[in-house]
Design a protein around this ligand. Structure first.
Ligand code: ZN
Length: 428
């Protein structure tokens, strides 16, 4: 495919107007000011377009799209114990599959080409991702407080072995399996230790929740005499590349622990605001050299998976709290939501528009009111746009969304099946 005379926005916000971008197979093979020689297949007129790297959602639970709007404005414990957990107890592999496809369709139509996920029934999540063309780092959530239970006997352990044997690396590397001990507050330290060793054995990356709420932080100190970050460090979880979601309540020593290990923080601003957990100290984390990526968390606590909203919330919060309009500028925020996210997933050749990179690309339509006038494509995409301005999404060189259509997917069937799955769960 050849994009002609298009304004390119690179991951760090660099604007390159009037460019030609050619893709062959899964890769970007040309980026220049002149039309390249040869046959590049379909040509796309970019006069009314902005080409940006695909967004990377670095923390979500995509099957929970089924629980979008299912109990809002409730205290956190009531929401979890009276709504979410009883619903989840009745989930089936089939429900997870349709819920995943629904969430993935939302992500593709709003410009997200890759996401990191933590949930159960992960073979259903992987199957959905393979079918719709999106990239995914999939972690089977591990949690265990039962003193009589061994790591090797956990259903999660057996499922992970199966996932590594069957789908890890599938779809030309689109599907990667991560090891995902859910959090300190749901998992014994020795299970965290075993999970870290398991990850080392499979050369896998990890995902965790860390210091999301004040309660989590205080109870951990009560339980172990140390913070969740320290517990994670001592159990070896931070020795391998790990994405730590939230990180709202970190202490100064906690931040020093993170800075000394290969940790990427997944900043989930909207979810933290909606659940009233607090606000992660993003500028401070970045100043300490800790990479920060951006995630939506699930549609149960967000309630959308639109990364444009997430980027804007992140930059506005940083500015408002610092009382500094220069805090977290547009280019840096875009980098967090693209290249930084790709690196957190171990995808070195993703998350930017450069020759040799994977063709994970998004076109925004500059004819939309939200994009008019266009003094700066970067300003528009950060401070004005939402996912509805996406005209086309490409992942690994394949068009996966275009003007309301999902090639190869029956979106009406997905919506219908997802609603049926919800109804069956509520009737049970
Ligand atoms: Zn989460």
């Amino acid at each position: 495919m050849l994009f002609e005379k298009i304004t390119v926005v690179q991951a760090d916000g660099t604007l390159l107007p009037g460019r030609y971008v050619g893709t062959q197979g899964a890769f970007i093979r040309y980026l220049g000011t002149e039309a390249p020689q040869g046959d590049w297949g379909e040509r796309i007129d970019g006069t009314h377009g902005v080409l940006m790297p695909g967004l990377v959602n670095s923390h979500t639970h995509v099957p929970m799209t089924l629980m979008r709007g299912y109990g809002d404005d409730l205290p956190l414990d009531t929401w979890l114990f009276d709504r979410i957990f009883p619903f989840e107890d009745k989930l089936t592999a089939d429900a997870v599959y349709w819920g995943s496809l629904l969430g993935m369709a939302e992500m593709l139509s709003t410009g997200t080409t890759s996401f990191s996920d933590m949930y159960c029934f992960c073979d259903s999540v992987a199957r959905a991702a393979l079918e719709c063309g999106i990239k995914a780092n999939i972690g089977r959530g591990i949690s265990c407080f039962d003193p009589g239970q061994k790591f090797s006997n956990l259903p999660a352990c057996r499922e992970m072995e199966e996932l590594f044997a069957t789908v890890h690396g599938a779809g030309d590397g689109r599907i990667l399996i991560d090891v995902a001990p859910h959090s300190e507050y749901t998992t014994r330290p020795d299970i965290l230790y075993d999970a870290a060793n398991f990850a080392a054995r499979y050369h896998a990356r990890l995902q965790v929740h860390l210091s999301e709420t004040r309660k989590e932080q205080l109870e951990c100190v009560g339980r172990h005499g140390k913070t969740p970050a320290r517990v994670m460090e001592e159990s070896g979880v931070l020795d391998r590349p790990v994405t730590a979601a939230h990180c709202v309540w970190l202490t100064q020593p906690d931040m020093e622990i993170l800075a000394a290990h290969p940790v990427t923080v997944a900043h989930c601003a909207k979810s933290n605001l909606k659940l009233a957990s607090g606000i992660a100290p993003v500028p401070k984390l970045r100043k300490m050299g800790i990479p920060v990526a951006i995630g939506t968390d699930s549609a149960a606590s967000n309630n959308s998976l639109d990364m444009f909203e997430e980027m804007r919330t992140a930059t506005l919060l940083a500015k408002g709290i610092a009382r500094d309009p220069l805090a977290l500028p547009a280019g840096e925020t875009l980098f967090m939501a693209t290249r930084q996210g790709a690196l957190s997933q171990g995808r070195e050749d993703c998350g930017d528009i450069r020759e040799g990179f994977r063709a994970d690309l998004v076109i925004l339509d500059t004819r939309r009111t939200l994009m008019t006038p266009c003094h700066s494509a970067l300003s528009n995409l950060l401070y004005a746009a939402n996912g509805s301005v996406v005209a086309l999404t490409m992942a690994d060189g394949r068009v996966v969304y275009r003007n309301g259509e999902f090639p190869g997917l029956d979106i009406e069937k997905i919506r219908w099946e997802a609603v049926q799955a919800v109804n069956k769960i509520l009737e049970r």
